[in-house]
Design a protein around this ligand. Sequence first.
Ligand SMILES: *Cc1c(COP(=O)(O)O)cnc(C)c1O
Length: 360
Amino acid sequence: MDRPASLPVPRPAVAALPRYVPGARGSAGGPPPVKLSSNESPYPPLPSVAQAVAAAGEVAHRYPDMFAVELHERIGSFLGLSAESVAVGGGSVAALHHVLQAYAAAGDEVIFAWRSFEAYPILTQVAGATAVPVPLLADGRHDLDAMAAAITDATTVILLCSPNNPTGPALRSTEVEDFLAKVPSRVLVVLDEAYVEFVRDPEVIDGRAALDRHPNLLIARTFSKAYGLAGLRVGYVAGDPELIAPVRSCVTPFSVSAPAQTAAIVSLEARDELLERVESVVTERVRVADALAGLGWNVPDAQGNFVWLPAGERTAEIAAALADAERPVLVRPFAGEGIRVTIGAPEENDALLAALREWA
Ligand SMILES: *Cc1c(COP(=O)(O)O)cnc(C)c1O
């Protein structure tokens, strides 16, 4: 078919976005790679969760509960909040997208640390707003003083990531309280706690408790990481119902499927069992971080289910060497900066350490 000279034109902010590039998958025919590139749980769903998902599949010809009433109630009671204080989405990425749709328009500025979660600049741009990335400190922590200094009359949203993906450190209670004291109350602050269950830093900010002190604060959480439901897509934001209502208005109807709703509910019920798995990941994280330090790596404080290798200019070379190792290991390289490696099962982590020794 001949293409006409003029075709529909996307919004400039969208045209400027990078085209989607599929992630690494390992080479066909080679040994199966160890996938430590997406911060997934190494554990499959609990049998109770798998059963609930299968049962939901039996009635997949029906729409899910459009308002996910029970899920909102369960998350609310888990947090000690009302159901109206919660907005669920297809993953917390979607929930964050809806927050930005609700609070950031053309001309508005959205501040976040950088490097941080890759979705932040994209979601900001799709909303039509202007991204204001503020460089991290050398140890991978947020530079909250610089972030406070970046606030202007145009700032409408600030995204905080604790622990920071991909570098690892969690935000501390005192630094966040000092920061929030400098943020005008008309600015929305979102604390993204995607990895909150993995944090062992005793000084970490307790996002849920902070909601009671700061009416302009929201927290974002997900079932993808500690709860191991990345493939089902369910997460949420929570805070004052007045702040949440506009977010709910932006949610794509029916975007959290019935299997995802039911899996999230069953997983909240099985939380203690899931937290035992989280504990194993934390134990492995400590072991891997120590081993990496032994290999000479200066790993920032790792509080999520991942570690950061500050590989700098050697990032691409090392990531390629890991993918080519005797037992290939897929990681998440950020060219010129470093490599994020997910903590997997013990033998997967051993494969990573072996591949790194092989390279060195
Ligand atoms: C993984 C992650 C999320 C959530 O992912 P979903 O699968 O969409 O729930 C949110 N924020 C950060 C920082 C993450 O790393």
